[in-house]
Structures are given as structure tokens and as C-alpha cells.
Design a protein around this ligand. Structure first.
Ligand SMILES: CC(C)(COP(=O)(O)OP(=O)(O)OC[C@H]1O[C@@H](n2cnc3c(N)ncnc32)[C@H](O)[C@@H]1OP(=O)(O)O)[C@@H](O)C(=O)NCCC(=O)NCCS
Length: 147
């Protein structure tokens, strides 16, 4: 598996993953914006095919994971974990101090992944995410990146 910075040429592949991986995918205009922003969007590639992507920000030592999605046909094969470990190494190399993310409280797979990497629950945002029939909380997680 390879990891590389994403660019505008990845729009079609990323949109295909977004539309199939999420109940509420990001819009094309939002995806376009991050694909143009250096250092933000990254892809995991297997045999030349984009199988996952992630978006991070890094401001004044504080990193945030804004998005991670793996192609549903390739989930459960370690790609999400490998992409997170790649980003962890990248952010550590950029001297990030803390890495934040938020996740739907119902997203057991993602929560399992984040907690197994050492992310700690730091708070919650009540009724933050829309669901099919209402809203659900966001759980806010944080990982210290520097000793
Ligand atoms: C969350 C996501 C990125 C994980 O990627 P993945 O490639 O499927 O995950 P991995 O194969 O690397 O597995 C990571 C861990 O999650 C666990 N996991 C995977 N699917 C799971 C499920 N359905 N239920 C519980 N745990 C699950 C695995 O057991 C694994 O832990 P392990 O290594 O201890 O076995 C992927 O499922 C996804 O794209 N989901 C839809 C989008 C999303 O929810 N993104 C996160 C919030 S923005």
C-alpha cells in the first residue's frame, strides 16, 4: 500500500468513496477545496487504485482529523489503521503537539480504531450530527503527539 498527498486529479476517486462510505458524504465543492489545499488531503492507494482518503488540518501545533473514509469494498483490511498511522508519522514530523477528531457516537468501528491508537475521550457535542431520524452526539477525542 502507498500513501501520498491528494490533488485535484483524485476528485472522481475520492467522491466515489465518499458517496458509498457515508450516509452524509461531503459535497463536491468541499472535497474540491481540500484537494487544492497542500498538506490537507491524503490518499491510500493499492495497486494504483485509491482505496481510502483522509483530510487533516494543522494550525499552531494543533492537528485535526476532518475526514477519513475507506472504500466499503476494502474496509476491514487494515487500510484505515495504516492510513491513520501514516498521518500520525506525518504530523509528528511536522511537530504537531496534539491531534483532535470527532466521531459519531454510533460509529463503533472508528471509535475502536481511534481508542486502540491511544486517542482519549475529551468531551462531546450533543446532537451534533444529523441522522436519518434526528441527531446524535459527536464524541471529541484527543491524542498527545509529543512526549
Ligand atoms: C472507520 C474506517 C475508516 C476504518 O477503516 P478500515 O480500513 O475499515 O479499518 P481497519 O481495517 O484498519 O480496522 C481498524 C479497526 O477497526 C475495527 N473495525 C473495523 N470494522 C469494524 C466494525 N464494523 N465494527 C467494529 N470494529 C471494526 C477493526 O477490528 C480494526 O481493529 P483491529 O485492528 O483491532 O482488528 C472505515 O470503516 C470507514 O471508512 N468507515 C466509513 C466512514 C467513517 O465512518 N469514517 C470515520 C468518521 S469520519
Amino acid at each position: 500500500m502507498e500513501f501520498r498527498a491528494a490533488g485535484p486529479e483524485d476528485l472522481a476517486a475520492v467522491m466515489s468513496i465518499e458517496r458509498r462510505a457515508h450516509f452524509h458524504p461531503w459535497s463536491e465543492s468541499v472535497i474540491r477545496r481540500y484537494l487544492q489545499k497542500p498538506g490537507s488531503a491524503w490518499v491510500a492507494q493499492k495497486e494504483g487504485t485509491v482505496v481510502g482518503w483522509a483530510v487533516i488540518t494543522l494550525i499552531a501545533g494543533e492537528a485535526e482529523l476532518l475526514m477519513i473514509a475507506v472504500d466499503p469494498n476494502s474496509q476491514g483490511q487494515g487500510i484505515g489503521r495504516a492510513l491513520m498511522n501514516f498521518l500520525l508519522a506525518y504530523l509528528t514530523g511536522q511537530h504537531a503537539e496534539q491531534w483532535f477528531l470527532d466521531v459519531r457516537e454510533s460509529n463503533a468501528a472508528a471509535i475502536h480504531l481511534y481508542e486502540s491508537m491511544g486517542f482519549c475521550l475529551a468531551g462531546n457535542r450533543p446532537n451534533y450530527y444529523p441522522t436519518a431520524d434526528g441527531h446524535e452526539d459527536a464524541l471529541l477525542y484527543c491524542l498527545d503527539l509529543q512526549p
